[in-house]
Design a binder for this molecule. Structure first.
Ligand code: NAP
Length: 425
């Protein structure tokens, strides 16, 4: 029987689980892969018990050295970060003819094109199923399962931490800060949460899906990004009153910039019901119409499932271009326009004075924005009140210009929030 020798760099949440399954479920994996998967080398910062026997497995103090060993077929990079040892290891492993499997979305979002070229030049495989949506086979579904489709829209709930926070805010009425602090205490959110709550992690994943969906060179810098820090419990409440929930959505379409931003979606849609730390990926295309997959987007088991699937693919001899097409045929994305959602939710705090409402509606009208509905809350003597509008279909640029004009008015207190209302998701 064929034997495949594997090295794992990084034995943390994901790497530790992949190593444990390779060692403890070796017989089952051998049957499923049709090859014997031998874990021959590992690397981490420290040598310590990781829940599997190190007998016959060598420990490399320098992870980068794994790229140069002749007895390794697949290097599995599970260290993290877009630069440094992870990049050096992947680049050098591919150059020395080894297959590379990684869960590192930051690395793929920033260096995916270069690494894909390197893999092709050296006739090796670069696989990163675990980099997007953890246990959901989002990449294989798009690249292989939907390869005959003209993909119209990619939509995803791609960050479990944000979805957990927004779900808790919706279900309990608590503030962002309160829920974030609890999520950090329980270990659901990082002590330094910006990668998650500012949309960067979701943008890494969306950049990967957009590149595959539209046959483009991956360009993380083109992703428009807004996180969830400025979503208040008041917004969640207003959205509920209007029949919506707020979700951090990643959207990509062929002729629009990929965008990660909080959006309103109708409460009765399938995406609105994806709660807690779950992820979801939806593809719309022709001829398939609509596909929605949901499942755990992170964690040891779900992510290990995706990493091991890539290892098994390589062991079975499956071959795929990392982004679905030869790297030389991937297009430069030269799009400038953000995804235009159509309708918008606008929330502002204003002084409760005569004439304010007239001025606000006049500014909206002057920017060609037609109001669909209006809500006002928090009426009390001399205190500012929340004013919320939903608009009819309009252009993103008009909304931005109107918000700039409104911000200059003396009666407006604090920031104005404009969120797209996503239809047909
Ligand atoms: N956690 C998830 O749910 C999840 C989901 C999807 C994708 N990912 C991705 O998977 C990758 C790993 O994430 P993780 O959560 O498993 O991270 P982690 O728990 O922080 O583990 C990182 C591992 O890398 C090792 N390491 C750090 N610097 C190293 C170096 N210079 N040389 C060798 N080893 C080094 C650490 O060693 P020590 O153990 O000795 O400190 C640790 O074992 C990241 O790219 C992440 O984005 C994670």
């Amino acid at each position: 029987m064929k034997e495949v020798n594997i090295a794992i760099a990084g034995l943390g949440v994901v790497g530790g689980e992949v190593a444990r399954i390779l060692c403890n479920d070796a017989d089952r994996l051998k049957r499923q892969a049709g090859a014997k998967l031998n874990l021959v080398a590992v690397s981490a910062r420290q040598v310590r018990d990781r829940g599997f026997s190190m007998d016959g497995i060598s420990f490399a103090e320098d992870a980068a050295s794994l790229a140069n060993r002749d007895d390794i077929d697949i290097v599995v990079e599970l260290i993290g970060r877009s630069e440094g040892v992870a990049l050096d290891l992947c680049r050098n492993a591919l150059k020395s003819g080894k297959h590379v499997v990684t869960a590192n979305k930051a690395l793929v979002a920033h260096h995916g094109h270069e690494l894909a070229i390197c893999a092709e030049e050296n006739d090796t495989q670069l696989c990163f199923e675990a980099a997007v949506a953890g246990g959901i086979p989002a990449i294989k579904l798009l690249r292989e399962g939907l390869s005959a489709n003209d993909i119209e829209l990619v939509t995803g709930i791609l960050n479990g931490t944000c979805n957990y926070i927004l779900t808790e805010m919706t279900q309990t009425g608590r503030s962002f800060d309160d829920v974030l602090a609890e999520a950090q205490a329980k270990g659901y959110a990082e002590a330094e949460p910006s990668f998650d709550v500012d949309g960067i992690d979701a943008a890494h994943k969306l950049a990967i899906l957009a590149a595959i969906a539209y046959g483009q060179k991956i360009r993380f810098e083109s992703v428009q990004m807004a996180g969830i820090r400025n979503i208040s419990d008041t917004d969640i409440g207003f959205a509920a009153d209007l029949g919506y929930v707020i979700k951090l959505l990643g959207t990509a379409a062929r002729y629009a910039l990929p965008t990660v931003q909080p959006c309103l979606i109708a409460q009765d849609t399938q995406l609105a019901k994806i709660d807690g730390a779950l992820n979801a990926v939806a593809y719309k295309g022709s001829p398939v119409q609509s596909i929605l997959c949901t499942g755990p987007g992170a964690g040891d088991g779900p992510t290990a499932s995706a990493v091991l699937a890539d290892i098994i693919d390589i062991a079975r001899g499956h071959r795929a271009f990392p982004f679905g097409k030869p790297a030389a045929s991937l297009l430069d994305a030269d799009i400038q326009k953000p995804v235009d959602a159509g309708r918008y939710y606008l929330r502002m705090m204003v002084k409760d004075e005569i004439g304010v409402l007239n001025t606000v509606t006049a500014i909206l009208r002057d920017h060609d924005i037609s109001v669909e509905s209006m809500l006002q809350k928090g009426r009390s003597d001399n205190a500012p009140v929340h004013l919320v509008f939903t608009t009819h279909s309009t252009e993103h640029a008009y909304v931005r210009a109107a918000c700039n004009s409104l911000s200059g008015e003396k009666f407006v207190a604090g920031d104005i929030l404009a969120l797209p209302i996503m239809e047909n998701v």
